[in-house]
Write a protein that binds this ligand. Structure first.
Ligand code: SF4
Ligand code: SF4
Length: 338
């Protein structure tokens, strides 16, 4: 097993910084987020999870996807391929969320070119969780605090430093030249939560679709969208053209892609003004059905990695783990039909 000291870790980060862009968890006004760093000592290594997911580096909140020049003719220019990024401190759940989004954006045609470029130029270096934190439930949705899924390298903190497991070719390249020792080290077993509820299958979710539970649950939802904006697996977006410059005879536009979310009232409105999800009940129900029924049916994986961020952030205490438990209980009992 490869072992590096903390000093070797910082030298590694410094060496990568001399070659290109490095991103790590950074304290930003009291919130931990993945940001580009300029020195090794800016990175945080002792943390639970970041406030915003690693997704922000391959599916940014807002980004131009096309540049449009409107003069006598219309000229289009695609957004350039981003410069490579090495990202440290990726929690294993966040890495799994990349695989989940891949299933939609690049898993089958049409391939999303912009997303593919971000994924190809990003190297993800994971940091095992020593335990499941308060609201984590990764083990209930197929993950683990020390999962290697979706990572290029996995680091695990041990006495005096870290073990380093190289998982991919990109990982090998990122680790090239790092000073390490080969040691016999037993990896620590992360503490996990006992008795987490099992996620029911699509047929079971379909069976409780019309239950009054969803109306009751939504009565406190204020449609603030916070749950979706912190979620590593939410991937709805809106596209609009913004006029950014006017020159004689030419207008310059940027076609922007920006995160959107199904919990806001206008999200599902269609031409003519009809809205098939006009109530908070229908919108909130859709959020959970998207994660546990629609996405698995359409793309394979569950659209939740059990990070618990939406539980932490919801101002009215709507808790996805309780929803999973409730669905389980509804199926045991006679469903209340709407
Ligand atoms: S726990 Fe919540 S925030 Fe985390 S992946 Fe699941 S739905 Fe998204
Ligand atoms: S964070 Fe809570 S209140 Fe806000 S939209 Fe999500 S479920 Fe509703």
């Amino acid at each position: 097993m490869k072992f590096i000291t903390r000093e070797a870790r910082d030298n590694w980060v410094a060496a990568l910084l001399s070659k290109g862009r490095v991103v790590a968890p950074v304290d930003s006004k009291g919130k931990l987020v993945y940001k580009q760093i300029t020195a090794a000592d800016e990175a945080e290594w002792d943390f639970e999870r970041t406030s915003l997911p690693a997704k922000t580096w391959y599916f940014p909140m807002t980004e131009p996807i096309l540049f449009i020049e409107q003069g006598k003719e219309i000229k289009l220019k695609e957004a350039p391929v981003p410069a490579p990024v090495v990202m440290f401190g990726v929690r294993p759940c966040d890495a799994r969320s990349g695989q989940i989004l891949d299933a939609l954006f690049i898993g089958k045609p049409p391939i999303d070119r912009q997303y593919a470029n971000h994924r190809q130029t990003l190297t993800m270096i994971g940091l095992s969780c020593p335990k499941m934190w308060n609201t984590c439930f990764c083990t209930a949705v197929g993950g683990a605090p020390n999962s290697q899924d979706g990572l290029d390298i996995l680091m695990t903190e041990v006495e005096g430093g870290y073990t380093v497991e190289i998982i991919s070719e990109k990982g090998e390249q990122a680790f090239a030249g790092v000073s390490y020792e080969e040691m016999d080290i037993a990896l620590p077993e992360p503490a996990t939560h006992e008795a987490l509820p099992a996620v029911r299958n699509s047929d079971d979710w379909a069976a409780v679709f019309n239950d009054l539970y969803w109306k009751k649950l939504s009565e406190s939802c204020i449609s603030c969208r916070a749950c979706a904006f912190v979620c590593p697996t939410c991937r709805c977006y809106d596209v609009r053209d913004e006029l950014v410059a006017i020159k004689p005879g030419v207008k310059h536009y940027e076609r922007l892609r920006a995160w959107d979310t199904c919990t806001i009232s206008g999200y599902r409105r269609i031409a003519g003004g009809h809205n098939p999800r006009e109530t908070a009940e229908k919108r909130l129900r859709n959020r959970f059905y998207c994660k546990f029924m629609y996405y698995p049916e359409d793309f394979g994986p569950l659209a939740c990695i059990g990070c618990g961020r939406c539980i932490d952030v919801c101002p009215v205490g709507i808790n996805i783990l309780e929803v999973i438990e409730q669905v389980d209980q509804l199926l045991e009992a006679e469903p209340m039909k709407a």
